[in-house]
Design a protein around this ligand. Structure first.
Ligand code: VTB
Ligand code: MG
Ligand code: MG
Length: 332
C-alpha cells in the first residue's frame, strides 16, 4: 500500500482524533468495570453509556450516532440519530457499543469491551438493532474465497485450500446459541474445531485477523447487526473479508430498517458497504479477554488497555494507560 505522507488539515484532525477516541472508550470501560461482577447488566451498561456520551460531547466534531443504543424512544442516550460533539470540527458518523458484552461484564467473564468506530458522514451502515448473519476471515486470502450464501462445508473447504491446509485444520468461532444448532452440526461434519463463545462477537470477528495468535480462521453465524458494523469497521483497517445480512424477519423490523434507508431487506452487505472511507476504530478492555486486558484498579493507579485501528494507514496501536487522576472518571 502506498500512502501519501503529507498531512492535510483534515488528516491532522483525524490523526488527532484517534487519540481522543482512546479517552472515550477508556472512560466507558472504567465506568463499566467499576460494576464488573455485580450481576447487574443494566447498571454496567448505563454507566458505560453515560461516560461515553459525556466524553463524546467534548470532542471537536460535528458527530451523529448511526449505530447506537437503540432508537430515540427506547434509549435515553446515544440513540441512533443523536448528535454528539461540540460542533467545532468535521462532520463524522459514529458507531458505538459502550459495553459490548454486558453479561460478560456483569458476571466478570472474559471478553467485554467498550468499543466505537468513527468515519466520515455516510461511511457507516445505518443498521437497526436486529440480528445479522455474518461470515468473516482475516487478511491474505483471494477476494471471494468465502461467501455468506455458500454452505459451511464449501466455505471451509475453500478457505482450507487457500490457506494450504486440510479442512479439519481450519478453526472456526461461533456464538453458542440454540439458533446455531444446525450450523454447528454442519461444521462438525467437516472435522473443524469450533470455539463457542457466549457473547462478544466484535472481538470474535477481530480474532480472525490474527489466526496465528488467536487460533481462529473463520467466524460464522448470527449475532447483533450493530456488532457486525463495528467488526466490519475494524476489518476494514487491517484487511480481511466479511459479509453480513440483516435478519428482518418481521414487518416491524422491515419498516424500521426501511426508515433507516435499507432498500433491499435481503441485501448481502460486503465489508466495505458496512464501513467505507476513512475509519477509526477504538476499543478498551473491560474484563480480561483475548483481544484486550481488562481495567485494573490499583490503590493509586487505574490501568487500561486500548486498541486503535486506522484504515488510512492500516496502523494498529495498543495503548496502555496508567491513570493517576481518578477524578476524571467521576461523574461530572
Ligand atoms: C449479539 C452479539 C454480541 O450479544 O448481539 C449478542 O453480537 C446477543 O445475542 O456480541 P443473543 O440475543 O443471542 O443473546 C453480544 O454477544 C454481546 O452484546
Ligand atoms: Mg451494548
Ligand atoms: Mg453488544
Amino acid at each position: 500500500m502506498s500512502v501519501d505522507l503529507r498531512i492535510s488539515p483534515d488528516q491532522i484532525i483525524e490523526r488527532y482524533l484517534s487519540m481522543e477516541l482512546v479517552r472515550v472508550t477508556e472512560r466507558a470501560a472504567v465506568s463499566a468495570a467499576r460494576l464488573r461482577g455485580h450481576g447487574n447488566e443494566k447498571a454496567a451498561d448505563q454507566a458505560a453509556v453515560d461516560a461515553m456520551r459525556r466524553e463524546l460531547n467534548r470532542l471537536p466534531i460535528d458527530g451523529e450516532i448511526v449505530i447506537g443504543e437503540g432508537e430515540r424512544d427506547e434509549a435515553p442516550m446515544l440513540f441512533i440519530g443523536e448528535k454528539v460533539g461540540n460542533k467545532q470540527g468535521p462532520k463524522v458518523h459514529i458507531a458505538v457499543d459502550p459495553l459490548e458484552g454486558t453479561t460478560l461484564c456483569a458476571k466478570d467473564m472474559p471478553g467485554s469491551i467498550a468499543v466505537m468506530a468513527m468515519a466520515g458522514a455516510g461511511s457507516l451502515l445505518y443498521a437497526p438493532d436486529v440480528y445479522m448473519d455474518k461470515i468473516a476471515i482475516g487478511p491474505g486470502y483471494p477476494q471471494g474465497v468465502i461467501d455468506l450464501d455458500a454452505s459451511p462445508a464449501d466455505n471451509i473447504n475453500a478457505l482450507a485450500k487457500a490457506k494450504g491446509v486440510k479442512p479439519h485444520e481450519i478453526s472456526t468461532l461461533i456464538m453458542d446459541r440454540p439458533r446455531h444448532a444446525k450450523l454447528i452440526e454442519e461444521v462438525r461434519k467437516t472435522g473443524c474445531s469450533i470455539r463457542l463463545i457466549t457473547d462478544g462477537d466484535v472481538a470474535g470477528v477481530i480474532f480472525c485477523t490474527q489466526p496465528e495468535k488467536t487460533g481462529i480462521d473463520l467466524y460464522l453465524g448470527i449475532g447483533g447487526a450493530p456488532e457486525g458494523v463495528l467488526a466490519a469497521a475494524a476489518l476494514r483497517c487491517v484487511g480481511g473479508q466479511m459479509q453480513g445480512r440483516l435478519i428482518l424477519d418481521t414487518e416491524e423490523k422491515r419498516v424500521r430498517a426501511a426508515g433507516m434507508g435499507v432498500k433491499d431487506p435481503n441485501k448481502k452487505y460486503d465489508m466495505s458497504e458496512m464501513a467505507s472511507g476513512d475509519v477509526i476504530v477504538c476499543a478498551t478492555g473491560v474484563t480480561d479477554g483475548g483481544l484486550l486486558s481488562g481495567v485494573k484498579f490499583g490503590k493509586d493507579v487505574i490501568e487500561t488497555e486500548t486498541i486503535v485501528y486506522r484504515s488510512v494507514t492500516g496502523t494498529v496501536r495498543r495503548i496502555y494507560g496508567e491513570h493517576r487522576e481518578f477524578s476524571k472518571f467521576q461523574l461530572d
